[in-house]
Design a protein around this ligand. Structure first.
Ligand code: UTP
Length: 289
């Protein structure tokens, strides 16, 4: 299944990264030399996306600028004969890919952010990537894995990973009858359960392949006790009427919305970086006991 449209909900406040995120979007924080949003867009392009929908809010203008042309910079690089850097900047987005920006006026939850994209999503199935969930993929990007599974079952797919039982209160957690070849049909899903009530230790991380029906369900989803509309609640309704599978993706997940996850991603990707990886690795080994 080629995923034509991918939605990037990027309107959250990013409070865990204050003061860095007071004026800079969390999604523009770089892991080594690329902003988080660019890793996410590259993953969407690998899955075949031709339409990228960014659900933005205040302070997020830098995201649109990043994917726009930068005439002054490009002219200057050309004048100075910096061909390699020029190509790097020009190729951030390939030709034929459309960017659409939709505004979420108030941060009323992830489900609400996704619903804001409804008027510009025409496809039967579409992807969602949360850019702060960085998934490092040795073989194939996580959204590509979801697309392949979606094609097999002809239904929606959400990505999950195992977490420590005491961490379930930080995630959406799924109930699956059993896994075969890394996937299983979803029986239930709950948002941030206490470990004692959690149906499993399988947590949803930020990749979804969802059917268009989700929009209709989101419209009737009530806000939770914090006043937020959760995508989890709409998915709980979706699985009553359509097939939804959970897929344990292959790859390493870093929660770059948290300081610890962000540091872990920086070290892991920094050590493998073509230009500085070897020197960084040698430095780390010399500096850390
Ligand atoms: P988070 O739970 O990480 O919230 O949102 P946040 O506001 O970005 O960050 P903290 O917790 O305050 O530090 C998960 C994803 O959902 C998007 C966020 O941008 C992020 O990609 N989101 C969340 C929205 O787009 N709108 C919302 O109202 C809430």
């Amino acid at each position: 299944m080629r995923i034509n449209t991918v939605v990037f909900p990027v309107a959250g406040l990013g409070t865990r990264f204050l003061p860095a995120t007071k004026v800079i979007p969390k999604e523009m924080l770089p892991v080594v030399d690329k902003p988080l949003i660019q890793y996410a867009v590259e993953e969407a392009l690998a899955a075949g996306a031709k339409k990228l929908v960014f659900v933005t809010g205040r302070t997020k203008a830098a995201i649109a600028d990043h994917f726009d042309m930068a005439y002054e910079l490009e002219t200057e690089l050309e004048k100075r004969g910096k061909q390699e850097l020029l190509e790097l900047v020009e190729n951030i987005l390939p030709d034929g890919v459309e960017c659409v920006y939709v505004r979420q006026r108030q941060a009323l939850g992830l489900g609400h952010a996704v619903l804001c994209a409804a008027p510009v999503v025409d496809d039967d199935f579409f992807g969602i990537i949360l850019p702060d969930d960085l998934i490092d993929h040795p073989a194939s990007p996580a959204l590509v894995q979801l697309a392949e599974h979606g094609a097999r079952i002809g239904g929606s797919v959400i990505s999950v990973r195992e977490v420590a039982m005491e961490q379930t209160a930080s995630y959406g957690v799924v109930e699956v009858d059993g896994f075969e070849d890394r996937s299983g049909r979803l029986q239930g899903i709950v948002e941030k359960p206490d470990p004692a009530d959690a149906p499993s230790n399988l947590a949803v991380v930020g990749r979804y392949l969802l059917s268009q029906r989700i929009f209709e369900l989101l419209r009737s989803t009530r806000p939770d006790h914090r006043g937020e509309i959760q995508i989890t609640d709409a998915i709980a309704e979706l699985l009553r009427v359509e097939r939804v599978d959970a897929l344990r993706f292959v790859g390493r997940h870093y929660d770059c919305g948290s300081k610890l996850g962000f540091l872990q991603a920086t070290v892991a990707l920094g050590r493998r970086h073509a230009e500085v990886g070897a020197a960084f690795d040698a430095w780390l080994q010399a500096e850390t006991p």
